[in-house]
Design a protein around this ligand. Structure first.
Ligand SMILES: [Zn+2]
Length: 304
């Protein structure tokens, strides 16, 4: 299957697998950030090697390549951050208000996909990170109430979406009644993401009973820690020249009152002992701020 040639109702780069039988409607999307190609290989594996189309016993699966122009840009550029988005961050710009009024490429693409996203019961959006990270699953209250433990990851972040800027792409599904699943599947340049993406896609499809013979082999995929961390804050630059206080890595600990970074107008200080979550690569953040966009330098998790 070549997703890049697929269309659904005239919408480019959407492919529908339809069992023809009643059941859940699930969306799996990739390249919400253009450079994050991880999912393309995951979905090719699921379709071409694992044969999910042939194994689909009920329901529907939409496969969506989200940010077409940023993906195309990513094939031509030297630094990944150049191709994170074209006009604005698709994973921050999906507030209802933005989608009504903005004219950016990303807002237009989100509007074009909205009729599909609004009818999904579950939307899995797979990302990868720009530096070393973990298998990360970002959950909402709705997921906690309805689903519980389905995925297998190193860490589960609660409340992150309450402290991030704007609304992410998958919020469109959630506010129309569905449930979102946001997976950060490790660093793009480390092959770990492939296994994380494949395993967790199969876990979801298996839990929803969409596929025959899809149980996940626990020998091949050992159970991870699935440690829950409450995200209480995000460090958002207020000026263009943000400088981190040191070279932070994902999982580093900072003490109460420790300086995390500084920009033209603000010194960012930890208000309690905290875990640094998904710090931006300085080069990436610089490119984003220069484009006039705002994005978190990092999130802060509670140590409990
Ligand atoms: Zn991403």
């Amino acid at each position: 299957m070549n997703l890049l040639n697929s269309t659904y109702n005239g919408i480019q780069w959407v492919h529908l697998l339809d069992s023809g039988k009643a059941g859940p409607t699930v969306g799996i999307s990739a390249c919400t950030h253009g450079w994050e190609h991880a999912w393309l290989r995951v979905i090719n594996h699921l379709v071409d090697d694992f044969w999910i189309a042939q194994k689909l016993v009920c329901g529907k699966i939409f496969l969506i390549l989200t940010n077409i122009q940023a993906y195309e840009l990513s094939l031509q550029t030297s630094h990944p951050a150049d191709a994170r988005f074209v006009d604005e961050n698709l994973n921050r710009c999906c507030t209802e208000e933005n989608l009504l009024t903005w004219t950016s490429y990303e807002a237009n693409r989100a509007r074009e996909l909205e009729p599909i996203l609004a009818n999904l019961e579950y939307h899995l959006d797979i990302h990868s990170t720009y530096s070393k990270s973990q298998a990360v699953w970002i959950i909402t209250e709705k997921w906690k109430e309805r689903m519980g433990a389905v995925m297998n990851v190193d860490v589960v972040f609660e409340n992150l979406t309450q402290v991030q800027i704007g609304r992410p792409f998958i919020d469109i599904t959630e506010r129309h009644g569905g449930v979102w699943i946001w997976l950060e599947a490790w660093w793009e340049e480390d092959e770990a993401w492939f296994r994380i993406g494949v395993e967790n896609s199969l876990r979801l499809l298996s839990d929803l009973k969409l596929l025959e013979d899809s149980s996940v082999d626990s020998n091949q995929y050992p159970i991870k820690e699935n440690k829950k961390i409450f995200v209480y804050w995000s460090v958002v630059p207020k000026g263009k020249n943000f400088q981190p206080a040191r070279n932070f890595n994902h999982g580093n600990i900072v003490q109460k009152n420790e300086v995390i970074g500084q920009d033209d107008v603000w010194t960012h200080v930890a208000s309690e002992d905290s875990i640094i979550i998904m710090p931006s690569v300085p080069e990436k953040l610089r490119i984003i701020l220069e484009k006039g966009q705002i994005e978190e330098f990092c999130f802060l998790g509670r140590i409990s």
